[in-house]
Design a protein around this ligand. Structure first.
Ligand SMILES: Cc1cc2nc3c(=O)[nH]c(=O)nc-3n(C[C@H](O)[C@H](O)[C@H](O)COP(=O)(O)OP(=O)(O)OC[C@H]3O[C@@H](n4cnc5c(N)ncnc54)[C@H](O)[C@@H]3O)c2cc1C
Length: 465
């Protein structure tokens, strides 16, 4: 039986975003919070992740600000060797459960309704008993806006004949028969992870067929390391990125310069990527997936049959006994932007590129710090989630502009430096006056920033955005 509850904030969605928002509210205010989620445990889509999933970014700046996720380990073996550890799906799930049971609930300020669906306006229904209840709240926080879609729970956008051996990656480690041949469908991080898993488990690259609807640019994980030892990689890559943009002579030239500068990687040097989803890989991972040579580049699959796949312009035969792995879920299925603050609703979106959890924490801080809704929205301009390669222009422009606006706000700099979800501010702030090589990198960045913004504006105009 439900008991009626009133709270300051009703957060719909106890995934990574809702949890990061709630955590900052708890740390920085005395607000009371209701968390509602259809899942029976916090963590959102991570509850259904494939068993071999890991973060693609270091654990050190994922999760919530108040609780460390990283164990401070540099991987000694494997494809991430030499880089900061990546939490597995199991570790992420345990982290959110511990957070809920050891911090959120004991605070006495969080009321958690797992396995309940929010029907709108504070009405929730238990997915266990069917009971409904009206909850009381001052502000509604929508932490479901991006509608994350993953293979285990989505419906493919193409027809699949009954009986085709078509599985989500979740089933790969549990297949009984020896795996003869595998077809991977999809060009994103899930497809990369599935290829890596197969190759690492001894499936010959020749036995893998990879259906690549679009090639994507990848980010080199070495450039996303938040610990001091990696200053010249992480901050150096940011400087190189600004210089590449500033010195570019056209849009096409800019992407090639970014690749030359080590900012972007790609699967095949002969194929120009048309997609950018922010997938992050290590060089070792890239080298391994490059062993797969049977890559089908015919656009999207239109239908899947026992012996063939249909594409818009052609058909491709599927050898007998193939296992076909569905890596076509698009992760973020809602790319439309809306105001973060509107009346009494807060819609969580990214205000820093590729960083949903940092963004949720930042938005909570702005909610608590500034009374004026226009000011709040000005500080929380949404950074687009990228899909096409050229979306990277808008994303980078907005990201740089947000950073600029935030730097003008007294107090924000210190907040950013103290937030564990901000990977790099601390690293930059800790540079000493005698560390000339590091200062030189920061100087390169400062010098290139203005011309880079100018070029991005120019390319935006060319693209009509
Ligand atoms: C394989 C994979 C790897 C990733 N790696 C990274 C990474 O390294 N770094 C990174 O920053 N991001 C990564 N991401 C992106 C990732 O999606 C985000 O980091 C984050 O987990 C998204 O969380 P969310 O809370 O926004 O969404 P979700 O996890 O989708 O949570 C939303 C929750 O809302 C609930 N919900 C929806 N509607 C209702 C309703 N009406 N009533 C009640 N509850 C509702 C859902 O049940 C769900 O639990 C990765 C994504 C995938 C798929």
């Amino acid at each position: 039986m439900f008991e009626k509850v009133d709270a300051d904030y009703l957060i719909v969605g106890a995934g990574a975003s809702g949890m990061a928002f709630a955590d900052t509210l708890l740390s920085e205010s005395s607000a009371t919070i209701i968390l509602v989620d259809k899942e029976h445990k916090p963590g959102g889509h991570w509850n259904h992740a494939y068993p071999f999933v890991t973060l693609h970014q270091p654990s050190a700046f994922y999760g919530v600000s108040s609780k460390e996720l990283s164990r401070g380990v540099i991987d000694k073996v494997g494809l991430n060797q030499g880089l900061n550890e990546l939490a597995s799906g199991a570790q992420i799930n345990a982290y959110y459960c511990d957070l809920m049971h050891e911090a959120f609930l004991p605070s006495g300020r969080v009321f958690y309704f797992p396995r309940c669906e929010h029907l709108g306006d504070g009405v929730i229904r238990s997915l266990v008993t069917g009971e409904t209840i009206q909850l009381g709240y001052q502000k509604l926080v929508d932490a479901t806006y991006y509608k994350t879609s993953i293979p285990a729970t989505h419906t493919p956008a193409f027809h699949v004949d009954q009986g085709v051996n078509f599985i989500p990656p979740n089933k790969l480690p549990f297949l009984a028969a020896p795996i003869k041949g595998v077809t991977i469908i999809g060009g994103g991080k899930t497809a990369i992870d599935s290829c890596l898993w197969l190759l690492e488990h001894g499936v010959p690259a020749n036995n893998i067929m990879w259906v690549m609807p679009r090639d994507g640019w990848f980010i080199d994980r070495k450039n996303t390391q938040p610990s001091a030892d990696f200053f010249f990689d992480s901050i150096g890559a940011q400087a190189a990125q600004m210089e590449a943009i500033a010195e570019s002579t056209s849009l096409a030239d800019m992407f090639l310069r970014l690749e030359k500068a080590g900012v972007f990687l790609r699967l095949d040097s002969e194929v120009l990527p048309k997609m950018f989803h922010g997938a992050t890989v290590s060089k070792k991972e890239l080298q391994l997936i490059q062993q797969v040579k049977n890559v089908i580049r015919q656009g999207r699959v239109l239908s899947l049959h026992h012996d063939k796949m249909r594409f818009e312009e052609t058909e491709v035969n599927i050898p007998e006994g193939q296992t076909i792995v569905d890596c076509t879920a698009s992760a973020i299925s809602n790319l439309e932007i809306t105001s973060v603050f509107k009346d009494n609703t807060i819609t969580l979106q990214t205000v820093r590129a590729y960083q949903p959890v940092f963004s949720a924490s930042f938005i909570a801080h702005i909610e608590l710090t500034y009374p004026n809704i226009d000011k709040k929205n000005n500080l929380c301009r949404v950074v687009v989630l990228p899909n096409h390669d050229y979306d990277w222009i808008e994303l980078t422009y907005q990201n740089m502009m947000n950073q600029f606006f935030w730097s003008k706000e007294p107090g924000l700099k210190t907040w950013l430096q103290n937030n564990r979800l901000d990977g790099f501010m601390k690293m930059v702030a800790s540079v000493k006056f005698y560390e000339f090589k590091k200062l030189a990198v920061l100087n390169r960045m400062r010098k290139a920033a203005k011309p880079a913004i100018g070029k991005l504006k120019m390319y935006k105009a060319e693209l009509g955005s």
